[in-house]
Design a protein around this ligand. Structure first.
Ligand SMILES: [Zn+2]
Length: 559
C-alpha cells in the first residue's frame, strides 16, 4: 500500500467551548491547546438538535443524526406510559465507529464515552461511561479488564457523580470534580501502556459538570455572579481545563509521528439565566388539566400564590437552612429537588383523560397525548394536527413584554424537516428559545405560576456549537474549520484509517483539513450500510434505572 501506519486518538471534552478555550490558549493559560492550535487547526463543531450529551455523542459514534439513531435525551418515553427511562446503547439501531473499525481489523480502545453501556465486543477493549448503572459489573469488554484496572487504579469509578445543593458545598464539589479528572488520567495512562491501538478514545465529563455549576463564579456578567467568592471558585472552570491541558502535553509528547490527535466536544457552553417551564405554559393555556382531588387542588392554590423555586431557594438560604438540608439530603439522597417535588404540582396530579399535551425531559419537547399511543390518550387522529397547530401558534406568539421580540425561536412540528423520524422516543413538537440563556425543560413539572423563572441552581447550560481541534500526521496547518458537524467525525476517522464509510452516514469527510496525500495514499471508499443492528432494547432493572435517575439528578438533569 506504500503508506505509513496511521493512528487516531480522540480526546473528548464534554461541553468544552471555544469561547473559553481559544482565549485561554491565546493568553497562555492552556499552553498545550495553544501548541495544538499552532501545529494544527481549531474551530467550531456544530452539535445535534437538541445539543445534549446523549444524542450528540451518539451522533459522533454513528455519523448519523439523532432522528436516524433514535436517541434524543438522557431519557426516553416508555411505550404506552407517561414515564421516562434512562437510555442505553442498545436503543440505537446504528453501528458504532468502534464496531466498524473492529470489523476492519483495526484495534480500538474506548474509555468512558457516554451512553456506551452495555459495552460492545470490540477488537480491543471498551469501558462504558455516563449512564452506566451503579453497581453493575459488566461495564467493560473484556470483562476481566475491570478487575485488572481496579488493581492498578483502585479509586477508579466508571461514572462518579456528587450531589450539590447549597452554597457552602462548592469547594467540596470542585475537589471532587478535579479528583475525578486525575483518576481518569491515571486510568488512561494504564490502558495506553497495556494495549496497542489504531484508535483510542476517551471522554472527560468533568468539563461539563464544572461549567454547569461554576459558570457564575467566573462570569462577571452573570446575574448570580458572586464577587466575594474565593479565587478557587472563580478559576474553577479554568483549573479543570488546566489539569487536562497538562496531561495533554504528556500525551502529545508520547505520540509517534503516525498519530492524528482530535480534541473535541459534544456541544458548547454558555451562561444560563432563565428556566422555561413548558408544563406551566401547557397548564396555563389549558392543554394540560389537573385532577380535582383535594391534594392536587391544594397544590394548585400554592401554585397560584406564585411561590417559586427561586424564591424558596433564597428563603432557605436566608434561614441558613442550607447546611441542614444538605446534610439531610446526603443521608436520604433527596434534597431541595425532592422538596420542590413534594411542594409543587407533579405529574401525579394530572388529569390525563382531559389533557392534550405534556412535556418531558431536558429540552423544548412537547408530546401530544395521542389516542392509541399514550395510555390515557385524549387527542384523536383527526384532531392531532389541530392541537399541534394551536400549540405551535401559541408558542410562536409568545413575546417578550419589554422588547416585543419573539421568545421562541426555531420550532418544528411532526414530520417537519429536520424532524422527520420513525422513532417513538421523539417529541411531536420541538422548539428552541430565541435567547440562548433561556433553557426550556420539563423538570420539576409545575414549579411556579410563571412560564419563566430565574435559574436558581445551575448557572451554565449547553450551546449549539462545540469545539474541534486537530493536529498530527497529515493535518494542514492553520486551515480554518468551517461547517464542521459532529456527524462528520465518524466518516472522517474511517476515511483516515482507510476503512470504508457506510453510505447511510449523514456526515461528510472533512477533507479540507488534511494534506492531499492523506486521501491519495488511501482513497476514500464507501460501503453499503449493512451496519444496522437489531435494537435489543436492553431493559434496566427497576433498581438500575432508579440509580441512574439519582445520578442524573445529581448532575441537574431529570426530576
Ligand atoms: Zn455533554
Amino acid at each position: 500500500m506504500g503508506h505509513h501506519r496511521r493512528r487516531v486518538f480522540v480526546l473528548g471534552l464534554d461541553g468544552a467551548t471555544g469561547d473559553l478555550l481559544f482565549p485561554w490558549a491565546k493568553e497562555g493559560s492552556l499552553p498545550t491547546i495553544k501548541e495544538i492550535l499552532e501545529k494544527g487547526t481549531g474551530g467550531a463543531l456544530a452539535s445535534t438538535l437538541p445539543p445534549l450529551t446523549v444524542p450528540a455523542w451518539m451522533s459522533f459514534m454513528t455519523g448519523k443524526k439523532p432522528e436516524k439513531h433514535g436517541l434524543f435525551d438522557f431519557v426516553y418515553r416508555v411505550p404506552d406510559s407517561y414515564a421516562v427511562y434512562p437510555v442505553n446503547s442498545t436503543l440505537s439501531s446504528e453501528s458504532s465507529l468502534w464496531s466498524l473499525l473492529s470489523k476492519a481489523d483495526k484495534t480500538v480502545g474506548v474509555l468512558n464515552v457516554p451512553v456506551t453501556y452495555p459495552p460492545e465486543e470490540v477488537n480491543g477493549f471498551m469501558i462504558t461511561g455516563m449512564l452506566t448503572p451503579e453497581g453493575v459489573l459488566d461495564y467493560a469488554y473484556p470483562l476481566s479488564l475491570i478487575e485488572e484496572l481496579k488493581k492498578h487504579v483502585p479509586e477508579y469509578a466508571v461514572w462518579p457523580t456528587r450531589a450539590y445543593h447549597f452554597p457552602g458545598g462548592e469547594e467540596t464539589l470542585l475537589d471532587f470534580i478535579r479528583e475525578m479528572t486525575r483518576v481518569r488520567i491515571k486510568a488512561i495512562k494504564y490502558l495506553l501502556g497495556r494495549y496497542d491501538w489504531d484508535f483510542f478514545m476517551t471522554v472527560f465529563r468533568s468539563t461539563d459538570v464544572v461549567q454547569h455549576w461554576f459558570w457564575r463564579f467566573m462570569d462577571q456578567e452573570h446575574f448570580r455572579h458572586d464577587s466575594a467568592a474565593s479565587e478557587k471558585l472563580k478559576s474553577a472552570i479554568l483549573s479543570v481545563y488546566q489539569e487536562i491541558d497538562a496531561y495533554l502535553k504528556e500525551l502529545l509528547d508520547s505520540f509517534a509521528q503516525d498519530t492524528l490527535l482530535i480534541v473535541m466536544s459534544d456541544h458548547g457552553f454558555g451562561p444560563l439565566e432563565k428556566y422555561v417551564y413548558i408544563n406551566n405554559f401547557l397548564l396555563d393555556r389549558g392543554y394540560l388539566r389537573l385532577k380535582k382531588t383535594p391534594k392536587a387542588q391544594a397544590k394548585f392554590l400554592l401554585y397560584k400564590t406564585g411561590l417559586t423555586p427561586f424564591n424558596l431557594y433564597r428563603i432557605v438560604l436566608r434561614l441558613k437552612m442550607g447546611k441542614n438540608i444538605a446534610a439531610v439530603s446526603k443521608h436520604h439522597r433527596k434534597g431541595f429537588r425532592a422538596f420542590i417535588q413534594k411542594l409543587f404540582l407533579s405529574f401525579d396530579d394530572v388529569d390525563w383523560k382531559n389533557t392534550q399535551a405534556y412535556s418531558r425531559g431536558n429540552s423544548g419537547a412537547i408530546f401530544i397525548n395521542k389516542q392509541g399511543r399514550e395510555p390515557a390518550g385524549s387527542v384523536s387522529e383527526e384532531d392531532f394536527k389541530k392541537v399541534e397547530k394551536n400549540i405551535i401558534d401559541d408558542l410562536s406568539s409568545w413575546r417578550d413584554p419589554q422588547s416585543g421580540e419573539r421568545m421562541v425561536g426555531r420550532l418544528f412540528g411532526t414530520g417537519e424537516t429536520p424532524w422527520k423520524t420513525s422513532s417513538q422516543n421523539f417529541p411531536d413538537i420541538y422548539f428552541e428559545m430565541t435567547n440562548d440563556k433561556y433553557f426550556p425543560f420539563a423538570r420539576y413539572n409545575f414549579p411556579s405560576n410563571s412560564w419563566m423563572e430565574p435559574a436558581f441552581d445551575l448557572s451554565g447550560w449547553h450551546r449549539k456549537e462545540g469545539v474541534l481541534m486537530l493536529s498530527g500526521q497529515g493535518v494542514k496547518r492553520g486551515v480554518p474549520i468551517k461547517r464542521a458537524h459532529i456527524i462528520d467525525l465518524a466518516p472522517t476517522i474511517l476515511a483516515y484509517l482507510g476503512v470504508p464509510i457506510p453510505e447511510g452516514m449523514d456526515g461528510r469527510v472533512l477533507k479540507e483539513l488534511f494534506e492531499d496525500r492523506i486521501f491519495e495514499e488511501v482513497p476514500l471508499t464507501y460501503t453499503q450500510d449493512l451496519g444496522q443492528r437489531e435494537i435489543s432494547g436492553k431493559e434496566f432493572s427497576e433498581e438500575e434505572a432508579q440509580r441512574i435517575k439519582e445520578k442524573l439528578k445529581d448532575l441537574g438533569y431529570f426530576s
